[in-house]
Every structure is written in C-alpha cells, then in structure tokens.
Design a binder for this molecule. Sequence first.
Ligand code: NAD
Length: 421
Amino acid sequence: MNDKHPPERLSAFDMVNRLFDRAADLLGLSEEKRTELKTPYREMMVRLPLRTEAGEQKVYKGYRVQHDNSRGPMKGGIRYHPDADLDEVRALAALMSWKTAVVNLPYGGAKGGIQCDPEELSDLDLERLTRRFAHRLEGFIGDHEDIPGPDMGTDARVMAWMMDEYSKFHGFTPGVVTGKPLELGGSEGRLSATGRGLFFAVERIAPEIGLDLDGARVAVQGFGNVGYWAARFLADACCRIVAVSDVHGTIVHADGFDVEELNRVREETGSITNIDLAGMETLHRDELIAQPADILVPAALGSTIHEHNAHRVNCRLIAEGANHPTTPDADRILADNGVTVLPDIYANAGGVTVSYFEWVQNLQQMRWDAERVDRELRQVMHDAYDDLKAAADEFDTDLRTAAFLVAIRRVAGAAQLRGMH
Ligand code: NAD
C-alpha cells in the first residue's frame, strides 16, 4: 500500500518558521525580534550563462542566501538540483543558523544552489558552471565571511574548483570552502561525519529512554551517504538493521542485513533492493516508516513523515538524518504516540561539525588524525544533547522545540551584544 495523500502544503521556509515560532512563544520573544531573526541578512540570485561542450547556449540560476552572521561567518552547503529555488535555499539557510547554534559552533547560517541537473552536464560543463558561480559569489564569500560546502549534487571535486576560483582573487585560501579533497586541506572523517554524529546522538540518548542498543531493531529510510554511514555505525554497536529503503523500494529482514553487503549491492547495481537474501521481503518504498523497529532513521528527503502517515510509525525513537523529514503536524501525532524525536538540527549536525574541524585545521595549517576528529565530534554531540535536555526540562517541551530554544537564545544573545551590526 502506498501513501495516497500528499503531505500538507507548507513552503519549506514557512515550516522552519513555524518551528521557530513555537520556541519563540515559550521565550516570549517580541515581534520585532522575531522579524529580525527570521529575515535573511542577504539574498543573492545570479545569472549563469554557459556555452556547453556540445555547443549549446544555456542560462542557469544560482542562489546564495546568507541568513545570519551574529555568531560567526556563515556556513552552509551548495546544492545542484533541478528543484533548487529561492524558497528552499532560504529555508535551508535559516536551518543552518539554528543548526550551528544548537551544536555551539562559532558560525552563522547560509545555503546556496544552482537550479540544474548535474547528471546532464559533462565534467567540463560542470567545472565551467561552478567556476562562474564562484566568480559571481567571490566578493561575498570568504573564510571569515561565508564558507560554502558540498550538498546534494555537489562533491569534493566541485569544492576544489570553487576554492581554486576564489584563490585566483584572494591568494591560496583553503578555508573558503569545506568538504575539499584531503590533498587540498579536506579533513579526515568528513564523508562519514553526518552518520557518525547521528550515531553519537543515539548513543547518548539511548540509556535515558531505557533503550539497549545491543540487538535494537533499526529501520533506515534512504541508503545514501547519511543512511549508509548511520546504519554502519549502528550495526557496529550491535543494532540489527531490519528494514532499509531507497528510491526503488523497501527491503525487510527480521534477522537484520549486513550493511557492507547492502553497500556492495548498491554500488554494483544502483539499488539495495537488488540484494538476494532468503527470508527477505520487498515492499513499496513508502512502507519503510511502518516497519516495527526500535529506532527509525529518516535519511532521504524532507516531509516523508507527514500528517497522513505519522500514525503508522512503529518505533520508539526517530533520529532525523534528513533535513526536515517530519512535518509539524506529524510531530504532534508522534508526540501523542510517545515517540521520541532527535531533531534534524541536532541529529544531523555531525556533517557541519566536521566541516568546522576542517576549517579550523585550514586556518591553523594543521592536520588532525581520524581518531581526534571522532573524539571531538563525540564530545560536541554529547554536550549539545545535554544543552537540549536541559532546555526541554526547563520548558517542559519536546527535543525539537528545545533545540530551537537553545539556538534562538544563542543567536539572539549574540545579536544583542553586537548591537545593530
Ligand atoms: P544521498 O543522495 O546520498 O542519498 C539519498 C538516499 O535517499 C538515496 O539512497 C535515495 O535512493 C534515497 N531516496 C530518495 N527518495 C526516496 C524516497 N522517497 N524513499 C526512500 N528513499 C529515497 O543523500 P544524503 O547526502 O545521504 O542526504 C540525505 C538527507 O540528509 C538529505 O535530506 C540531506 O539534506 C540530509 N543531510 C545530509 C548531510 C550530508 O552530510 N550528506 C548532512 C545533513 C543533512
């Protein structure tokens, strides 16, 4: 059975602001302060003409929204996707401000993108388009201003081109972007960082909710970068990965899957659903969330848990790997059903945290080993959980609202101290 109902129609930016307002109400924030904190610092749309290798003349649109810089330089990814538009980029930029504040990194938030299908571009076209975009943004980004990183459709190679283009104007500046190849100042542990951070969040909360990870059943929605690494670290902690989905379908096995085998099948065939295992069941992709599990990890798209399917969620803990996978209405249903949610702006902050470590290494012209990256990441995730829990207890609220409470207090406090900056 598929989900017959579309999720509620709320723009991504409205959705973020609804969550913001819930916490702002508890803090008694004035309308003026709310308007100030919600309004982006700067928004850019740039025209990107490209003469393709095949001789076609095309024009793309590029965006960069810089949401807030009260606590430090702005930080956020660049996505190359046909649906990238101003509303989405604006919402994700705001989420980055709240996310960096939740884990207490000395950053603000930004996000950018080019409305394009990177699959349709040759390598040379991709490089030209990236360089043109970096050229347009060159006066507005910088290692103490705004630091892009990779996101959907972009990777270490794209970051290397951006850094190179920026460096033509400003001298060798590895700290202007993160997610670079190791040879150009990238950090150990960046690729696995979001999944690893999510695991540290689960590891921290598990004893508090009486959840024993040894043998705990896990369902993972989406088996890309975040889903794969989260599954792998959870499996290493003796969890059983009993259900996994990707865009092609859901696979279920009560004994649990071998995560490395799933990864091999995905790499060789393009989908985990091609694994051939006795006793395995194959279902529609939307059935993943309804599989009985102790922990559900949404690691695919936004709004996959919504008001029409939230009642089918059959787990104790949701650890949000994706950005805004749960709509506000679904949140209420989950709370009524006693499901604990580790919210996206905390649970998936491992990626930006290791980006921060990369930037620190670049500024200091030093290298950390993988063991140090992991140790520092665990500390950041555990400390942030303690801050969330304290706010949740203080205001008698859920962890998502608590995350916004912590973030808004930090950003509003810094803005106040800086005056009208
Ligand atoms: P990815 O492209 O590597 O993987 C996405 C996975 O989701 C793929 O397996 C795809 O098949 C699957 N998928 C797509 N639509 C689906 C559907 N309807 N049902 C089930 N599966 C579906 O992406 P990623 O980098 O792993 O990112 C996943 C999510 O995590 C995104 O929301 C992203 O914004 C968020 N996120 C990523 C990072 C990071 O460091 N990569 C950091 C923070 C947040």
